[in-house]
Design a protein around this ligand. Structure first.
Ligand SMILES: *Cc1c(COP(=O)(O)O)cnc(C)c1O
Length: 380
């Protein structure tokens, strides 16, 4: 059976990338490889839309999240953490592990924070060192108002720290223009690579805080990476395969252009939302992000069975909900190497499975809604 990977990470890896990652091993300290690292850093600057320092780690995305706490915040420091999903919670778990004093803004899952609430809490606590949130909160498929937060936080001494692990390269984002101080990302979502690379971009304002931080770090000591990466090398034996794959991904992204990519995923998201509504279903997140869509499972339908049947019987891997929304939503990714006809295929399978589970709708209603949008708006 043909398999389709449409979960919000890991995402499908293009054949061109898989090919270079299957080439014979190279040594990580050679001039030829250092040149590749230099190109990878330049390419990442384009994708993040930044002139700041880019750090590359061989870890999953959470390694860069951990570093964005442990290099910045001392025990007892205050940080504002926006919690409205699993990954917002992860910022909190990391902060608590490092003895940080979190000031939580708990928002309803699937919603965006009101930036005025952040502004108010910052005013009450001018000693807060960082505001931590997600660009796209993948567990709910919501998008956070990063640009607005940048306007607010940049007027203070506080740092704005953004987890763009699922958003980078798909959701509109301009790190420098939006005044973000630290941004982290991972390889296995919008960047179309296998899991195993993480990235952090660090502003001058953030380096000043990092230089003074006393928290112990070894593998994720960002100062060590800064020094080594300035010479296009890694403090350790980083994944040479990911660097090679990343160069191909960067070429693909540059060829299409970042703005065109933002547009394309926005259209994919619009089509999935229209399809869900045409099937009598409700979109979970408001506002919904452009890189994945969460849809509520109706009371009468078994949400766990829906995801399982799609995968085991029809070969489509999508994602369900986590923690309090387990079984209550399903999530379809439209990031990275996921295109219009992948979405058409999964929507078609979705209709078949919804029918099997007793949900009533007009056959093809979801597909038709998506096709109408694609015919009008999708660009090849
Ligand atoms: C996937 C994801 C993570 C976790 O990344 P790992 O690579 O699994 O460590 C963190 N934040 C967001 C928003 C994500 O989508």
């Amino acid at each position: 059976m043909k398999k389709y990977l449409l979960a919000p990470g890991p995402t499908p890896v293009p054949e061109k990338i898989l090919q270079v990652m299957a080439e014979p091993m190279v040594h990580h300290r050679t001039p030829a490889f250092k040149e590749k690292v230099g190109k990878a850093i330049e390419g990442l600057k384009y994708i993040f839309q930044t002139k700041n320092d880019v750090l590359i780690f061989s870890s999953s995305g959470s390694g860069a999240m951990e570093g964005a706490v442990s290099n910045v915040l001392n025990p007892g420091d205050k940080a504002i953490i926006i919690r409205g999903g699993k990954f917002g919670e992860r910022w909190g778990e990391i902060a608590e592990k490092f003895g940080v004093q979190p000031l939580y803004i708990d928002i309803e899952w699937g919603t965006a924070v009101d930036s005025a609430d952040v502004e108010k809490l910052l005013k009450e606590n001018p000693d807060v060192k960082g505001v931590y949130t997600q660009l796209t909160e993948t567990s709910t498929c919501s998008v956070q108002p990063v640009k607005e937060l940048g306007e607010i936080v940049s007027k203070t001494d506080t740092l704005l720290v953004i987890d763009a692990i699922s958003g980078l390269g798909g959701q509109e984002f301009y790190m420098d223009d939006w005044k973000v101080d630290i941004c982290v990302a991972g390889s296995q979502k919008g960047l179309m690579l296998p899991p195993g690379h993480a990235y952090a971009v660090v502003s001058e304002k953030a380096w000043k805080v990092i230089d003074k931080c006393k928290q112990p770090n070894y593998y994720f000591d960002w100062k060590k990476y800064r020094k080594k990466l300035a010479a296009n090398t890694d403090p350790f034996t980083g994944s040479v395969l990911h660097v090679k794959g990343l160069l191909v991904a960067i070429d693909m992204i540059k060829e299409r252009g970042l703005e065109n990519m933002f547009y394309q995923y926005r259209v994919l998201g619009k089509a999935v939302r229209a399809a869900a509504e045409a099937l009598g279903l409700e979109v979970y997140a408001h506002p919904s992000c452009d890189v994945a869509t969460a849809v509520k499972v109706p009371e009468s339908v078994d949400g766990l069975a829906l995801v399982k049947i799609l995968r085991d019987k029809y070969g489509f891997t999508i994602a369900g909900g986590q923690a309090p929304i387990k079984g209550k939503i399903f999530r379809i990714a439209h990031m990275g190497y996921i295109e219009m006809f992948d979405i058409i295929s999964v929507l078609s399978a979705l209709e078949i499975v919804l029918h099997e589970l007793g949900w009533e709708f007009k056959w093809g209603a979801g597909l038709t809604a998506a096709q109408e949008i694609f015919a009008k708006e999708y660009k090849f």
